[in-house]
Structure formats: C-alpha cells, structure tokens
Write a protein that binds this ligand. Structure first.
Ligand code: SAH
Length: 463
C-alpha cells in the first residue's frame, strides 16, 4: 500500500468566489458541481456556448483578466485558448488553487466524485487516475445510504445542545445511534415532525430508560446476494441480532455487521429447530432488551413466512416493527425461465399457493383456476408433487396443461424441469434436492425452458 499524494479536506467556500474559465460543457460540469455549495460561482469566457444560469451567479462573456481572480479561492480552467493560458498564469501568480480540466499534471487540486446531502458530503477521489472508478464507488456507497441523510444530520445538529445538557459519553452516543437508525424518526422526518420525535427519544434516554428495540422483518430474496433490496442491506448492517431461517444462505447473513449476533431458527433436519412460538418469544425478548433485530426470511416475508404470527406477537408486546419486502421464490423462478406469469390473452392472473397440506376444496378451486388459464405457483410442494398433480387432474384440470419446476430459483446452481400436469402426476422423474417452485399453466409454454430436463411420462417407463 502506498501513500496519498493528495489530502481530501473540506474547504470553506461560503460567500467566496469560485472562478471557472471556459464556456462549454466541461465548464458547465464544474459549475454544476460547485453550485452545490454556497460559494459565488463566476463564469468567464469569450464564447458562452451553454446555459449556465441554473448554476452560476455571474456569467461574463468577455476575455479573462487577471483581476478576475481577486478574492477567488479556486479556479477551474476549461479553455485551451489564450484566456486559459492567462488564467493559469494568473492563478500561479496570485496563489489561487488551480484545476486545469482534464490535465492532471497541471492541477493543484482535483474535485472528487461527490455525494451531497447537506450538511453531509462524501467524497471519493482517485488523484485523477480513475474518475470512472470513483463514480462507480460513489454509486455503491450511495446505495447504502438512507434517502434523507441530510435532513437526519441537520436534525442531529439541532439536537446537540439539548443532548449535551442531558446526556454524556456513551449515553449520548446511544441516543444519536438511535435517532439516525430509527424507522420512527425516519417516518417523522418525512412527515415534518422529526424534531418532536427526536425530543421524545431524548426524553426516554434521559429518563434512564434503555433504547427501544425494534424488529425488522426482512425479505432476503431467493438466495442470491444481489437479489436483496437496498433497504434490506442497510438494515442488516444496522442490526444487533440477525434471526434467520435455514433457507437464507450464509452469504446473505454475512451482509450483517461482523459483530452482530446470529441465531439460526430454521428447520434443519436432525437438529433442534425452534417452534413458531419459540421464535415469537425470542424476537420479542431481544427487542425488549433494546436490541435492533433483523428477522431475516427467505423470499418475501409476507409469503408463507409465518409473518402474521410474528407481527401479532410484536404488536401484543408493543414492539416497533417494519417490514421490508423481498423477491419471492416464484418471481425468481419466473425470471430464471423468462416466463411471464401473467400474459395477455393467455393468463389473466397469477396464484401463489401451497401444495403442502392442501385439502380437496382448495385443490378443486386451483384446478378450476388452472383450467381457466391462470398460472399457479405452488410452494412447498416438491415432496407431494405427483399426488397434487394427480388430484388437480381428478378435479378437472387438463392433463396436458404445461408444468415447469424450478429448483433453487435465483441461485447459480438452479435446475429446471418441464412437462405437463400428466407427466408430473406420473411421478417418475426424481426432482433434485433443494427448494422448488412448481408452475402450472399455459403461460409456461411461453417461457424459455430450453435448458429444462423433461419430466418423464408414464408410458416411457425407465428402468
Ligand atoms: N417466503 C418465501 C417462501 C418460504 S416457504 C418466499 O417468498 O419465497 C418455503 C418454500 O419456498 C419452499 O418450499 C419452496 O417452495 C419455496 N422456495 C424458497 N426459496 C426457493 C428457491 N430459491 N427456489 C425455489 N423455491 C424456493
């Protein structure tokens, strides 16, 4: 690792002049950037080619004069003609920091790639080596940040005197941690009542009470690390404890803070698994201890995730919660196989159902939906796939309705099967290990199932 040749600093520019010599797009880019500050932006060029008015305070269409740098803190030169040469000389003479656009060797400073949410600024700099890389890094950081970071920082700033009067050291830190991560404060900021909420939290902290816990019910998606929402990723990094199911892969759980406690509550064959009642009790207790709990569930938390019971337990205990949606397995399977689960004139709807433990009324209902063209996505159905298909046929769904099965949807090692309700009912093809989605419906014929293994039909008996 080498050392830096530049030092990122925050230069005070309020009310000072930043001079840009040049009248084209490069000058405009610089003007746009520096206009995010309270500096006075001055443009000088013989040829004003673009509209600077949204970004500049003064636009002078004339030759540059050395006196233009009077009182300037920075000067950008984006002019290769005599005015540029004069401006560079004048900057050297007067000791005004100089940036010559796209000529790193002549620059005395570079402008980093910026995330600006006043008063917060985040700068990513590459000493002029790799501006494109710096922009990419900026975009990644931006994706991790809550949307109203600036308002939050301003709120924290306004609370400072009050906090100092009431709390000190670790207690003050805990207070700030709570207001910058609390969903209640986030919501209050949007509603314009951030101040009151921050005061209420302060009153609670000052009253020697512990920080209030919260439970986030987070959808982890189907298993790929990049099929998680940005909000899920951010909250995972804020959580003190991550309570997760077996189906959530470790790569996703690893997105949490390194020092976060992890509790696996999932069903694991041969191991003790928590009952739903125990899980409800666990998340309530952790939140009552003041912890921020990420309850991480595969796919979307509201689909076959027992979220109803957990929310009821949290409400009964008066614990704050927030739900973060995720990509449910059926939609990952649809994407994997380019299957439009709704399709004009073919499938007017899409039904998410579970084959596990379905009674005959339900099966009858689905059979008629499938017969009418709707796409069924059956969850938790792999072990009962053949008998379920047979019963759907018995209830009136055509044996020739297309069927597609996706095992481990959304993951690199996914596997597809295709056939008909009849071939699924024959039950000859053994489906691979792992969670599976069973699609039933005409829309399947319109997907891309070329990679799929064919489900064997009854008459093609294999030895
Ligand atoms: N909340 C989850 C569903 C949990 S129930 C979601 O929205 O996806 C568990 C069932 O989901 C499994 O039996 C299987 O049918 C399905 N499932 C979960 N992950 C899957 C995956 N990666 N590929 C295919 N099916 C999956």
């Amino acid at each position: 690792m080498g050392a830096l040749n530049t030092l990122p600093v925050s230069l005070k520019v309020q009310g000072k002049r930043i001079v840009i010599v040049g009248g084209g797009d490069e000058a405009l880019n610089k003007a746009r950037l520096v206009s995010k500050t309270t500096a006075i932006v001055v443009i000088i060029s013989r040829h004003i080619e673009v509209d600077f008015s949204p970004f500049a305070h003064e636009v002078h269409e004339r030759p540059f004069a050395a006196a233009d740098l009077e009182g300037a803190v920075l000067v950008y030169v984006g002019d290769e003609g005599p005015d540029g040469v004069a401006a560079i000389a004048a900057a050297h003479e007067r000791g005004v920091l100089l940036n010559v656009v796209d000529v790193p060797d002549q620059c005395e400073f570079y402008t980093p790639s910026l995330i600006v949410q006043p008063p917060i600024s985040i700068a990513v700099a590459s000493e002029g080596n790799a501006p494109v890389l710096a922009r990419l890094i900026r975009a990644r950081i931006e994706a991790l940040l809550p949307p109203n970071l600036g308002a939050l920082a301003q709120l924290a700033g306004r609370m400072r005197d009050r906090v100092e009067a009431l709390l000190e050291g670790a207690a003050a830190r805990r207070y700030y941690e709570e207001i910058v991560t609390s969903p209640a404060v986030e919501a209050a900021l949007i509603a314009g009542t951030g101040e009151a909420e921050a005061e209420a939290v302060l009153a609670r902290h000052a009253g020697a009470g512990k920080a209030a816990g919260v439970v986030w019910l987070i959808g982890a998606g189907p298993g790929a690390e990049d099929l998680l929402t940005l909000r899920a990723q951010r909250l995972l990094q804020e959580a003190d404890v991550i309570v997760h199911d077996q189906l959530v892969p470790s790569a996703v759980v690893d997105m949490g803070r390194r020092d976060a406690e992890r509790i696996l509550v999932g069903k694991q064959k041969g191991h003790h698994s928590f009952t739903q009642g125990e899980i409800n009790g666990l998340i309530v207790r952790l939140a009552q201890e003041g912890k921020r709990v990420a309850r991480l569930k595969s796919g979307d938390p509201m689909i076959f995730g027992r979220a109803g019971e957990e929310l009821e337990a949290l409400d009964r205990a008066g614990i704050a919660h927030q739900i973060v949606p995720g990509v449910t397995a059926a939609l990952a399977a649809a994407a994997d196989t380019a299957t439009p689960v709704t399709l004009r004139q073919i499938s007017s709807g899409f039904v998410i159902a579970t084959a596990h433990g379905a009674n005959s009324e339900e099966l009858k209902h689905w059979a008629s939906l499938a017969a009418s063209g709707l796409t069924l996505a059956l969850y938790m159905g792999k072990s009962v796939a053949a008998p379920t298909a047979a019963r759907l046929i018995a209830e009136g769904a055509g044996a020739d309705i297309p069927v597609g099965v996706v095992v481990r949807a959304g993951r690199a090692d996914r596997l597809f099967y295709r056939g008909t309700l009849g071939s699924l009912a024959a039950g000859i093809t053994e489906l691979d290990d792992g969670p599976a989605i069973i699609f039933v419906g005409e829309a399947i014929a319109h997907g891309d199932w070329d990679q799929a293994i064919k489900l064997a039909k009854a008459e093609v008996k294999v030895a």
